[in-house]
Design a protein around this ligand. Sequence first.
Ligand code: NAD
Length: 337
Amino acid sequence: MRLITTTDMCQLVRHIGLDEFNARLLKNLEEDFSRWEQFHLSPRHATHYHHGVIELMPSSDDDLYAFKYVNGHPSNPQQGKLCVVAVGMLADVATGYPLMLCEMTWLTALRTASTAALGAQYLARKESHVLAIIGTGAQSEFQVSALAGVCDIHAVRYYDPDAKAMAKFANNLKGRFSQLLACKSAEEAAEGASLIVTATAAKRHNRILTRDMVSPGAHIHALGGDCPGKTELDPALLDHAKIVVEYSPQSQIEGEIQNRPEATIHAELWEIITGRRPGRESDEELTILDSVGFALEDFSALRLVNELAEETGIGQETSLIPDLKDPKNLFGALLND
Ligand code: NAD
């Protein structure tokens, strides 16, 4: 069984380069969303606490089974801890044997960003040059980096009430974009943006974006609203937008649309990717990918890491499953061998 630690993940991404990693992940995601009907899918199992959530996210096809343990604790950063941490596993369906145990804190940020890029490919205007990001925490630079791989971004406008998070964001992205524009409010950040990412963390119904703040023809990737009672958009925005979700049974409980149960969901993302439903149809329409994070995205990401570990030799073998000469002698192997 392969073990991919946090050290291995850094080595892997640095070895192939972030842009190449993002490109390969985007390809895996597109392939897997395109064969949606071959998957065994279900909403994640979420246990809610007053201060956060812990979730188990399974998905599988007939060859590979993946699951992720992940949390969401918006007040963790105040205690010097990450808001979101995760660990995942990939297993062989034929035998049920685990193949790989993998760090997924970085991998979640990477797959969340590549999912945003996948959505933008089908929903953003072709000439989306101005990106606004609201919330410059742990996910933010991943989002900008992946979106820049699919859109010709000239300027990045950003806002966070935390000045330290703003400075960190600017420092991490300096040199990658010629125009990084620090803004004093979400409203200022959204001004003239054709792509808007909301990546804030707060366990309440926020109104980070209202309709008057959004330019005609913008595409909003809303990713911070991902739990019951945790949303970012003014519900009135949904009345004027083409709404796309990842997986309706989960999104209706966790996404922005929990605030507008009567809103019409235009499509699930896979339907747009496979051409069953149209993506963007005009330069004027407002589109929203109401993203909550879906298990299939983790499947694609774990599949990629497994492939890259094979190619590069990064990672190590570890023993978490007994290796027995006689598979019926589990007892004897424990005490005698
Ligand atoms: P984080 O705590 O590192 O960053 C969140 C940032 O939001 C902080 O810097 C905070 O100051 C800022 N913020 C809070 N209120 C704000 C406001 N009103 N305006 C602007 N900024 C504000 O969290 P993170 O790891 O970056 O995650 C961001 C969000 O994305 C979380 O809610 C997390 O649960 C969610 N998330 C979703 C997915 C998905 O697949 N949809 C995946 C990972 C994380």
